[in-house]
Design a protein around this ligand. Sequence first.
Ligand code: ADP
Ligand code: MG
Length: 374
Amino acid sequence: MARIKLQDVHKHYGRGAAAFHALRGVSLEMRSGEFVALLGPSGSGKTTLLRAVAGLETINSGQIQIGDDLVAAPGRHVLPERRNVGVVFQSHALWPHMTVFENVLFPLRESGLNETQARPRVMEALAQVELQDLAQRTPGELSGGQKQRVALARAMVANPRVILFDEPLASLDVELRRDMMRHIDQLRRPDSSMMYVTHNQEEALALADRVVLLFDGCIEQIDTPVRLCREPQTERVARFVGSGNLLPARRTGVVREGVAQVAVGDYAFEARDTSQGTSEQVRLCLAPTAFALVGPELPGLSVRVEHVFFQGSSYAVDGVLQGALAEPLSLVLPFEAQPRRGDMLRLQVRDAWVMPETASPDAHQPKSYIPQDR
Ligand code: ADP
Ligand code: MG
């Protein structure tokens, strides 16, 4: 049972006027075995949150529970080594003077096993990351990817209740990333949870069961990767995930439950709509892949091509919508489209999402809070 529960967690760095409010009331519940990615721009508080769960950072108020244990609360701070968590950092943080074997052995030694008892478990962990043949090397004799795999083995060898990852792929070459993602994916266990910090949306969407989107120390949206991309709740989410286009449109009617008739200029099309709003003016979120190129005689949006970026098997295009709006649009077009700068395209919309009406700006303001000493 390794449910993780965070309730109204606040963290300040520093005191008084210079205090920085890094976590502003974060509440989150993770199921046992769940893989949760914490996604957000640099400085949004992801590392702070992860370190608070690991016990490497105290919190100012709120509480953190791992399984049935209350590990952090006002006046309570369970030390990291007593939380039964594994951590993988961006820079592997291996002990340079120990062999690979000794590095992975370390957490088991700490938990009181001797080498004879621990050896099979160390070798099993190394086999999981395909490093059993390099057990006697030191970290200095390994590549970056291999070092990071040792860090994975070390984080999981003691069967922790939670494995915490902080940007584990950030220091790796592009071609090694997929390999590491495979290894991380293989570590999933029904009885331990994973919390994975990244500013890279591709990693978060690819690996996680649910993504927690963090801005300025507050959770903006928690959802499955698919829902986060297809049903962003705020414009910040739409822009950060999936580089969605946001376009003003008119809502002219209801097609059926959950689908509205909308129009941009005189081009009418359908959009997914669960907003239950009533206003005619709406904003649409349109993924770059949501457009289909059609002949100029057909109805559609007219878009002028400004920049073309070849992507191997498709083209990314920056365009500008023609007409009164002159909104920028980013598109992905198939290879056959062969777009060129200056081209005028006629595009039909295959999929669109009506943005929920924004709550009052106050809804996202942090609660007032007075720092207290610990
Ligand atoms: P992220 O991991 O999302 O980039 P962090 O959790 O590292 O963000 O930092 C969140 C905010 O807290 C940043 O503005 C950062 O400058 C600040 N911060 C982090 N650690 C400290 C510290 N030890 N002292 C003061 N401010 C800090
Ligand atoms: Mg960080």
